[in-house]
Design a protein around this ligand. Structure first.
Ligand SMILES: Nc1ncnc2c1ncn2[C@@H]1O[C@H](COP(=O)(O)OP(=O)(O)OP(=O)(O)O)[C@@H](O)[C@H]1O
Ligand SMILES: [Mg+2]
Length: 299
């Protein structure tokens, strides 16, 4: 696998992974899973799964529907128990962590769940403030200011703060959920299908936002996605979940060349092939050109 390139400029789909390297060339692992096995009753969902996530990278996590992507994310977060294996986040194994270490990890990760992203009975401002109330001891005034700041960060208008989830569009809900995930200035965010259900313009805008946050905040992004455009345009590396484990991990080019029926069908199948593999703007951009005649900005 190729080594990391400097962290500058826009993400190039064909670029090498851009997670920073240590002085000795080793990449800083922010999440390490080893031999993880998870099951429900007789059903084994994940078996002997290994995964490394590097600091500062955008990792796309793909796999067939129902293969265990959300289960793995919940297991990493300590919400679903595992039967075997170890998971370290920020160098801390939550199974043997002290209360202080656990709190440190929980303060330094942000999560956008696939379902039920926001509390429906709270407005956006109150939703964003939930993690603050849990982990910080701040005045209401400061929390209100911070909530507005996070709305700016994710590109939501300030008047969205007093709206309830039912009053928001799907794209606004995703952004508000991201604002909540970012509220404690985490080092890593877990996003479960952040662009599903968004139109191509909103999805591209969300991808741009993700890249911008990584570039400006040095965030590590763990993104479960089925969105081939996100995988091409936004992710530095892709991990493929198949056969109950991470079958392959690498750049999009490495995935395109990976000799496995599911991986080939996924990346080089009808939908994958519709997109330009030479880095040319296929996918959403082509969709938009086809629809509007002149493309669209992702603002
Ligand atoms: N709490 C649970 N109890 C029993 N089975 C579960 C539980 N949670 C998940 N599963 C099962 O684990 C498998 C993996 O589910 P998971 O939600 O992780 O799939 P996924 O890869 O995220 O799929 P999708 O792409 O559709 O979101 C499924 O067969 C699901 O039914
Ligand atoms: Mg899922």
């Amino acid at each position: 696998m190729s080594e990391s390139a400097p962290l500058s400029g826009p993400v190039d789909a064909n670029a090498a992974p851009r997670a920073p390297a240590n002085a000795d060339g080793e990449r800083d692992v922010i999440l390490r899973a080893r031999n993880v096995t998870v099951g429900f009753g007789d059903a084994i969902i994940l078996k002997d799964l290994d995964l490394d996530v590097y600091r500062g990278e955008i990792l796309g996590f793909v796999g067939g529907s129902g293969t265990g992507k959300s289960v793995l994310m919940r297991t990493i977060l300590g919400l679903t128990p595992k039967r075997a294996g170890t998971i370290e986040v920020l160098g801390i194994d939550l199974d043997s962590a002290s209360d202080e270490e656990r709190s440190h990890v929980e303060r330094n990760w942000g999560v956008l769940f696939q379902q039920g992203a926001l509390f429906s009975s709270l407005n956006v401002r109150q939703n964003i403030q939930v993690p603050m109330r849990e982990h910080l001891n701040l005045s209401q005034r400061l929390m209100d200011e911070l909530a507005l700041f996070k709305l700016d960060l994710v590109g939501l208008p300030r008047d969205a703060a007093e709206k309830f989830p039912a009053e928001l569009s799907g794209g606004m809900i995703k952004r508000a959920s991201l604002a909540r995930a970012l509220v404690l200035d985490p080092e890593i965010v877990f996003l479960d299908e952040p662009t599903s259900g968004l139109d191509p313009i909103a999805a591209a805008a969300f991808d741009d936002l993700t890249t911008k946050l990584r570039d400006t905040l040095g965030l590590t992004v763990y993104m479960v996605t089925h969105d081939l455009d996100s995988l091409h345009s936004t992710c530095d590396r892709i991990a493929v979940l198949a056969e109950k484990r991470v079958l392959a991990a690498g750049t999009i080019d490495e995935m395109l060349a990976f000799d496995h029926p599911w991986v080939q069908a996924y990346f080089n199948g009808v939908r994958g092939a519709r997109r330009g593999h030479d880095g040319s703007p296929g996918g959403r951009a082509a969709d938009l050109r086809g629809r509007d005649g002149e493309g669209a900005s992702a603002g």
